[in-house]
Design a protein around this ligand. Structure first.
Ligand code: PLP
Length: 500
């Protein structure tokens, strides 16, 4: 399997090169040259497999330049009982006869980014070796919270890698901050940047594009890389759990072989739902992919009108990991849905950069509408969804999952579609405990309590155990206390790498 760029089809690289490079030189994203097709037998053969066996099978279609031993090694290092709290890795929770939650948050940081960031470091280190690269990889991350911690957990103690995370001093929650500054591992470093997320991100971008600094690093045997969500190595592991969910439903006789299901995904950067699109293209019987947004509803409007327009007020919501106005992974979908029309993709991406919007036209919009359904909800409805599921079913979900559940309920009311539906659950309720508690018990319950006390309160109220990654956070020793100014970020990197 070879990979091409969404902005230049003449580009042709192996999966190892695509994963090592992250982004194609002209700014396009790597996509497979053909999407593999699975037969009905291939799919039903997965019913008796473990999660890791399912992962080996799906990855082998895409990573044809990795041996099956290499793939299995990556999979076993990522998905195991030291890292995940359940042997099922991505368990399916049956809510009622039509709705099922696919829980993707049983990993070390309690959010779905672990599903990809636990395996990416292993795919990347093997890619580096395969492409003849001898230097040590240095991963730089600017984070507004969740990605930084998930990347730290993924890369900690992975041979041949170092990871440095910058977070905005004001702009992450107490728990998020504590999760990072107590990070263990002999190849990690963390620094707070005076400023907001943009300051941290701009600093990291500047270091990435500095060719002089890259030469200094190269002389010292280092090469920079990123772990951001446009890397193919982050997308491909996400395809696995759609097949796994379907195989589990088959195994439990919830569906018959070949029966269509719907999938609802709480969406920000369009990465998770794009993996669902690939699964569908590969032959997984998915009828509709339902794209759920919060009040930052650029994608809802796009799916319904064909116009992508980021010129709107940025809203801070109770589902912060979906507070995004530019969904980078959409570019991959546009490439596929237009029959690989690189000229159109280039035109639209240029227009997005210059004017903040583009219009794909009625033909493309109609095609999108055959596959996707888009809707959104606000914070009030999100809270109602949490309360409804708690009161009605005793099921406690986080705010991101609640956006998906609410959109699903609206979809069923509007269409009457009774197809069995997988709702993708992306974070543990403990991660957003204040919003979850206030949704179920009212705001007063939060009074006078800090975030750590709220963890305990949520556990008491629901009878659920605090996940290992969050329990004990309060008393864990702080290892990192560096704070730097924006223009000192280079020094932090140089210092960690002993560049003198
Ligand atoms: C990142 C994230 C999302 C959004 O996923 P995308 O792949 O960016 O669409 C949703 N929920 C949670 C909890 C997340 O961390």
């Amino acid at each position: 399997m070879k990979y091409q760029s969404t902005r230049n089809k003449a580009v042709c690289v192996s999966s190892a090169e695509a994963i090592k490079k992250g982004l194609s030189n002209e700014g396009g994203l790597f996509v497979p040259c053909q999407i593999p097709k699975l037969s009905a037998e291939d799919i039903s053969s997965m019913t008796t497999m473990s999660y890791n066996e399912r992962a080996n099978k799906i990855l082998s279609y895409f990573l044809t330049d990795y041996t099956s031993e290499e793939i299995a090694d990556c999979v076993n290092r990522a998905y195991n009982k030291e890292k995940f709290e359940t042997v099922e890795i991505a368990p399916l929770y049956k809510l009622n006869n039509s709705a099922y939650f696919l829980e993707l948050w049983h990993g070390p940081t309690c959010a779905f980014k672990d599903m990809a960031l636990q395996i990416l470091p292993h795919l990347l280190t093997k890619a580096i070796k395969k492409t003849g690269e001898k230097r040590e990889v240095v991963i730089l991350v600017a984070t507004s919270g969740d990605t930084g911690k998930a990347a730290l957990e993924g890369f900690r103690d992975v041979d041949g890698t170092r990871i440095i995370v910058f977070y905005p001093e004001s702009g992450v929650s107490d728990i998020q901050k504590r999760q990072m500054i107590t990070q263990e591992g002999n190849n990690v470093d963390i620094a707070a940047v005076v400023g907001n997320f943009d300051d941290a991100q701009n600093g990291v971008k500047k270091i990435f594009t500095d060719t002089e600094y890259a030469e200094i690093l190269a002389r010292n045997n280092f090469i920079l890389s990123s772990a951001n969500s446009i890397n193919w190595g982050r997308l491909v592991p996400q395809i696995i759990y759609y097949f796994s969910a379907y195989a589990t439903m088959l195994k439990n006789e919830e569906i018959a072989p070949g029966e269509e299901i719907n999938v609802v995904v709480p969406t920000g950067n369009f990465g998770n739902i794009l993996a669902g699109f690939y699964a569908r293209e590969m032959g997984l019987p998915i009828k509709k992919l339902i794209c759920a947004s919060n009040e930052n509803n650029v994608l809802t409007d796009f799916i319904n009108t064909g116009v992508y327009d980021k010129n709107r007020e940025f809203k801070t919501t109770t589902s912060p990991s979906m507070d995004i106005l530019i969904s980078s992974n959409l570019e991959r979908f546009l490439f596929h849905i237009t029959g690989e029309n690189e000229a159109k993709v280039n035109e639209w991406m240029a227009s997005l950069k210059e004017t903040g919007k583009y219009d794909v036209g009625e033909d493309v919009r109609a095609k999108i509408g055959e596959i996707f359904y888009g809707d959104c909800c606000d914070d009030v409805d999100t809270a109602l969804a949490i309360k409804d599921a708690s009161d009605g079913y005793g099921y406690v979900m986080d705010t991101h999952t609640a956006v998906a559940k609410r959109v699903y309920d609206k979809y069923v009311l509007k269409t009457g579609d009774k197809t069995k539906t997988v709702i993708v659950s992306t974070a543990s309720p403990f991660k957003f405990n204040d919003s979850v508690l206030s949704a179920i018990y009212g705001d007063a319950i939060l009074e006078g309590k800090n975030e750590f006390e709220l963890l305990e309160l949520l556990s008491e109220k629901t009878g659920m155990n605090i996940p290992a990654g969050l329990a004990g956070l309060k008393t864990k020793p702080v290892i990192f206390n560096t704070t730097c100014e924006k223009d000192e970020m280079y020094d932090v990197v140089s210092h960690m790498l002993n560049l003198g």
